[in-house]
Unconditional design. Structure first.
Length: 244
């Protein structure tokens, strides 16, 4: 079943991790996908693996000029943009006392400013399709407390999503946010983190962490016409953690 047949999608932070999983899922469902990331080697390799319906563009998501380049190259290669997945993000596990202003602003630029720039830049292209979908990847920490910088920017993504959903509704463009909990990625399955995550999973109502594909299935739903009446909403995928 090709739920995104001939749709044109941009996915940021797509060279590895969850972004790469989203890209693979979108290709499987018939989309033409532009992968962006700073990791040029991994991004180019993944695009080659995914075939003729995927291209990679090196991008600093906090740069307005880079965003303009990405949208222009996407249109030149595949046509107007139907889907944007603002996936790129970082976190630093510092306390408020210890984090420096430069560290804080780096998180803000990548997690928050990039989402603003992505939505602002892509809207002119999406207006041509009259049925665009923007999926902003927030976090369960966009609903409950976590690390400074990460939590506040993920709350901001949730708020920007709602503001953009109202603003863009006149164009038939939907905007929703996704709020994952703990996902089984290489970051949490290596070294000392393994035992920590195993212990933490005992406190998750579903008693396990999520598989990357489970999050990609939700992103796919929001990108597709199956979610045609959903906009301005947050979709939580955390095994019940924030319901406690």
């Amino acid at each position: 079943m090709e739920r995104l047949l001939n749709k044109v999608a941009i996915i940021t932070g797509a060279a590895a991790g969850m972004g790469a999983t989203h890209a693979r899922k979108f290709i499987e469902e018939g989309a033409k996908v532009v992968l962006t990331d700073l990791n040029e080697e991994a991004g180019a390799a993944l695009a080659k693996e995914l075939g003729e319906n995927a291209i990679f563009i090196k991008q600093d998501v906090s740069s307005e000029s880079d965003w303009q380049t990405v949208v222009t190259e996407t249109e030149n290669t595949f046509g107007p943009v139907n889907i944007l997945v603002n996936n790129a993000g970082i976190s630093l596990n510092n306390s408020i006392e210890d984090i420096t202003l430069d560290q804080y602003l780096k998180i803000v630029k990548i997690n928050q400013v990039s989402v603003f720039l992505g939505m602002k830049t892509v809207v002119s292209s999406m207006k041509k399709t009259e049925n665009g979908s923007i999926v902003n990847i927030s976090s369960m920490n966009g609903l409950v407390a976590g690390a400074i910088g990460y939590t506040d920017t993920k709350f901001a993504v949730r708020g920007m999503t709602k503001a953009a959903a109202i603003d863009f509704s006149r164009y038939g463009i939907r905007v929703n946010s996704v709020h994952p909990g703990v996902i089984e990625t290489p970051m949490v399955t290596q070294g000392d983190a393994v035992e920590v995550i195993k212990e933490f999973a005992k406190h998750i109502p579903l008693k396990r962490v999520a598989q990357p594909e489970e999050v990609s299935n939700l992103v796919l739903f929001l990108a597709s016409e199956e979610s045609s009446y959903s906009t301005g909403a947050e979709f939580v995928i955390d095994g019940g953690l924030t319901a406690q």
